[in-house]
Each structure stands twice: as structure tokens, then as C-alpha cells.
Design a protein around this ligand. Structure first.
Ligand code: AMP
Ligand code: FE
Ligand code: FE
Ligand code: ZN
Length: 286
């Protein structure tokens, strides 16, 4: 088992999805912020791994290759962190390609709707993405900012991109149980991302959680800025009951969100359990 130095931050996004820094820049920012170990967890893509791994020696920051898999229950999106999956696993690749294609057509549809009322084009959005990036509402937000229609991403999400504004449309995603099975099938370790953002009442029902645990769910990301205090209490009870590990992370998106590296961290013993459980990929050590 490699020895991981702290602070350990297990949830970050690069420009491969909706973060604003390239994977290499993200690793350098992590080093500048004093991180010892960082997981790169772009939405529905592992494409940033090689570039991030390429600067591990230079930065001295250990890399846990990961991904944040989109899943969905009716209209609610449920994010599943997938650590150390085999990036060549055929079933996982097919599903993430399907999700990314669905995200693309969905983003085009949202822009078509916005364009009825505002001066915004699909090219504006494309100008905010890097080639093959997982496209999301943050890129539409950046296009709105570039057009002077919002002051920053947060304002765009509170306004035009809010589901109540009338332009929102969900994107294709598998259900969470399928997500857990896909991650396990690829030798990875699934951890439910920010499961308490909508308060204790909206925390996943026990029966549904039990089904995920039976399928191989390994942990809950309880220490995350968007989990409400009452939800965290509830989640700790569930973590104890189902013997799930508890992780903490920043969900860093570069300048795309106020979240800073290391604002929440994960215990080294927990990371060791995650690594011991994984068979799909290995940490990249300095
Ligand atoms: P999408 O997956 O396309 O529906 O967009 C959701 C993504 O937008 C999440 O991954 C968040 O990182 C990001 N996001 C959500 N709310 C905000 C916000 N207020 N400011 C910046 N980014 C946000
Ligand atoms: Fe994001
Ligand atoms: Fe998320
Ligand atoms: Zn995230």
C-alpha cells in the first residue's frame, strides 16, 4: 500500500468536464494549495488522467484517478464518485459515451430554448468548451457570462439556468443501481457524491441505499460544502448502519465555483480502504 500524504482531496474537476483548469494546471494548483493527494473526478470522463499523471512527479501531488458518474432518479440527478475504475472497461465506456452524447443534445436543447428569449447561440457555448469535454450547464453559464447575460456562473445558475426559469431539461443518465454495478464491474470503488444537498428529508431512503450497498456502494461523501448540517447527521447514522466509509472533498472547479482545495478532506485510513478495494486502476505516486 502506498503511503498517502495529506491533505487528501478526493473530488475535483478539470476542463475535461466543467472545471476551468486543464488537468496539469489543476495538479499545479493543488500543489500550490498544499495538497498531498488529489482525485481527479471529471463528470463522465477519464480523459484527463494521462495529463494529470504526467505532472505527478513535477508537482509532488499523488493522483487518485477517478470520475463522477452521472446517474438519475426521475428528475433528480444523483452523482456517483468512481475511484480507480479500469478506464478501458467496455461497459463503463459505452455508458459514459451515451451519457456524454445525451448531455450534448440536452445542452443544445437548453440553448435552443434560451435563444428564443436571449441573444445566445450554440457556437457561444462551444467556444467555452475544450474538444471532447463533457458538456454541462456550466459551459452554458460561461457563454451567458461572455454575452453579458450573467455576471458569473453562480448568477447564471440562480437565473436563466435554474430549472424554474423554464429552459431546463434533464439529460440521459442511468439509475444509481446501474451506476454502482458499472463502477464495480470496472474494478472501481463507488462513493455517493454530496448525498445531502437538499436536506435531511431528501436523503436517499434506507431501502434504496441498502440496494446500492448490496450492489457494492462503498462510501458516502458527507464532508462536502453543499450537504446541509441536518443531512450530514442523518448520513452519519446511515454510514454507521451500513458500514460505509465517509469521505470529504472540495469539489473544486477552478474559477468555476468558490470551492477551494482542501476545504474538506478525507482521512488517509479511508483512502487506504478505497485503494485496497479497487482493482481497475492504481494511484499515481510522486
Ligand atoms: P449539469 O450537470 O449540466 O446539469 O450541471 C450541473 C453542474 O453545474 C454541477 O456539476 C455543478 O458543478 C455545476 N453547478 C451547479 N450549480 C452551480 C453554481 N451555482 N455555480 C457554479 N456551478 C454550478
Ligand atoms: Fe461540475
Ligand atoms: Fe456532483
Ligand atoms: Zn463534482
Amino acid at each position: 500500500m502506498p503511503v498517502f500524504t495529506g491533505p487528501i482531496d478526493l473530488h475535483t474537476h478539470s476542463s475535461v468536464s466543467d472545471g476551468t483548469e486543464t488537468p496539469a494546471q489543476l495538479m499545479r494548483s493543488a500543489a500550490a494549495a498544499g495538497m498531498g493527494t488529489v482525485a481527479l473526478t471529471d463528470h463522465d470522463s477519464t480523459a484527463g488522467w494521462p495529463e494529470a499523471a504526467g505532472v505527478v512527479a513535477e508537482t509532488g501531488v499523488a493522483l487518485i484517478p477517478g470520475m463522477e458518474l452521472s446517474t438519475r432518479v426521475q428528475f433528480a440527478s444523483v452523482h456517483m464518485l468512481a475511484y480507480l475504475v479500469d478506464p478501458t472497461d467496455a461497459a463503463l465506456l459505452a455508458e459514459t459515451e451515451r451519457i456524454r452524447a445525451g448531455r450534448l443534445s440536452r445542452a443544445e436543447e437548453i440553448v435552443r430554448r434560451i435563444a428564443r428569449d436571449y441573444d445566445l447561440t450554440w457556437d457561444d457555448v462551444l467556444a467555452q468548451t475544450t474538444p471532447d469535454a463533457t458538456v454541462g450547464r456550466p459551459h452554458i453559464a460561461d457563454a451567458l457570462v461572455a454575452r453579458g447575460l450573467a455576471t458569473d456562473r453562480s448568477a447564471a445558475f440562480a437565473g436563466i439556468l435554474h430549472w424554474r426559469a423554464g429552459y431546463y431539461q434533464p439529460h440521459y443518465a442511468p439509475d444509481p443501481l446501474t451506476g454502482v454495478r458499472l463502477i464495480r464491474g470496472a474494478g472501481g470503488v463507488p462513493v455517493l457524491a454530496h448525498p445531502g444537498t437538499r436536506g435531511a428529508e431528501s436523503v436517499i431512503p434506507v431501502q434504496r441505499l441498502k440496494a446500492l450497498v448490496d450492489a457494492g456502494l462503498f462510501g458516502l461523501e458527507i464532508d462536502h460544502r453543499e450537504n446541509t448540517p441536518d443531512a450530514r447527521e442523518r448520513l452519519h447514522v446511515l454510514a454507521r448502519r451500513f458500514d460505509l466509509v465517509v469521505t470529504g472533498s472540495s469539489d473544486y472547479h477552478g474559477e468555476g465555483k468558490p470551492n477551494r482545495f482542501g476545504e474538506h478532506t478525507t482521512d488517509p485510513a479511508v483512502l487506504e480502504r478505497i485503494v485496497a478495494e479497487a482493482t481497475g486502476a492504481s494511484p499515481v505516486m510522486p
